[in-house]
Unconditional design. Structure first.
Length: 352
């Protein structure tokens, strides 16, 4: 009589910015529990994330969030299994990029727990974590895929051949897409966070009202959104009576045009079997619709993460941590955090 091996269960912690999150993931593919506490309301009055406030909030929330994730996986607060649950095999945490104070909270707690429980600690690149969002929800996903990672701080095009095997194809040369959304939303007085605000208001506007510039950067899969942001500011100042929804819709259209075109160009160039969206901007309604339509037109699967997987969460860190542990082994206890950590593609320098 054969017995199936117990899964390698990873407790993961994510505190890179303004979400305090913990999750338990089995074998890098099954989310057993996932808890996320957002600080959006805390930072909204300031129009953006205040690092000191974020760090303090993480300190207050981290242990209750971890406890809730453990209980959801049938573990007690000491990580011990209850009622036949599988015990923990490792603890993973985001070590960069992000806010230094926030990163330190999560990484310090994760190391302490791993040391106390005598299991390996794994430091995870937050950007690598985002690559696993679709994989967690779409187990049938066929590799290689092109991942468009779009967030407040990063816009990257990555070919994912398999766990730990990536190729960086394109990056932003200035403002990330999410950063441009936030800055334009702030200028238009639409509130924070800017991405959802622009998305919401754009539904009431005409996307062809203003022909804002698209930075195609011919011959490159890189991105640039700084000029577009400046064009919006200059146009509104020159036309103060213009409809805000029209501006929002036209701006959003310009961003999405470039994101979709370059993503599908990358997929064609590399012979990818599918396309995945990842990061906070992957929740944008126009981007999701346009990506699906483009995929249907060429017969290429497009995998869209759920809204919960678009935002920062610990489940994706648990998945990345599992595969990193198998590939590279545990991280050292002296592993530090790095605010400006780039994405490390195999055989290529990190991207800042």
């Amino acid at each position: 009589m054969s017995s199936q091996a117990a899964p390698l269960r990873v407790l993961a912690i994510e505190t890179s910015c303004d979400e305090t999150a913990a999750a338990v993931v089995d074998d890098g593919r099954i989310v057993v529990s996932s808890v996320v506490s957002s600080q959006v309301d805390l930072h909204a009055r300031y129009g953006g994330v205040v690092p000191e406030l974020a760090s303090r909030a993480h300190l207050e929330l981290i242990l209750p969030i971890v406890t809730e994730a453990l209980e959801g996986a049938g573990l007690d607060r000491r990580g011990r299994p209850l009622d036949g649950a599988t015990g923990l095999g490792a603890v993973a945490a985001t070590i960069g990029p992000g806010l230094v104070g926030s990163l330190l909270v999560g990484a310090s707690v994760a190391k302490s727990l791993a040391m106390a429980w005598r299991v390996p600690f794994v430091g995870v690149n937050h950007l690598e974590g985002h690559l696993y969002a679709s994989l967690l929800e779409q187990p049938e996903l066929e590799l290689p895929v092109i991942v468009l990672l779009v967030s407040g701080g990063h816009t990257l095009l990555i070919e994912m051949e398999g766990p730990g095997r990536y190729h960086l194809l394109g990056r932003t040369r200035d403002d990330a897409a999410g950063e441009a959304f936030d800055k334009v939303a702030r200028f238009l007085d639409l509130g924070y966070p800017g991405g959802p605000a622009i998305d919401r208001v754009a539904h009431e506007g005409y996307p062809g009202a203003v022909n804002f510039p698209r930075a195609w950067l011919d011959g490159s899969l890189d991105f640039s959104f700084s000029g577009l942001k400046t064009a919006v500011v200059n146009h509104v100042r020159a036309n103060p009576d213009i409809s805000t929804p029209d501006v929002a819709a036209s701006f959003q259209q310009a961003v999405v045009d470039v994101l979709v075109a370059k993503t599908f160009q990358a997929a064609e160039d590399r012979g990818a079997r599918g396309i995945c969206l990842a990061g906070g901007v992957a929740a944008n309604s126009l981007l999701r619709v346009r990506a699906e339509r483009a995929g249907a037109a060429v017969g290429l699967p497009v995998y869209l993460p759920s809204p919960a997987m678009c935002t920062d969460n610990a489940a994706m860190i648990g998945a990345a941590g599992y595969f990193r542990l198998l590939r590279h082994g545990p991280s050292g206890w002296g592993t530090g955090v790095e605010a400006g950590m780039g994405f490390e593609a195999e055989g290529e320098p990190a991207a800042s």
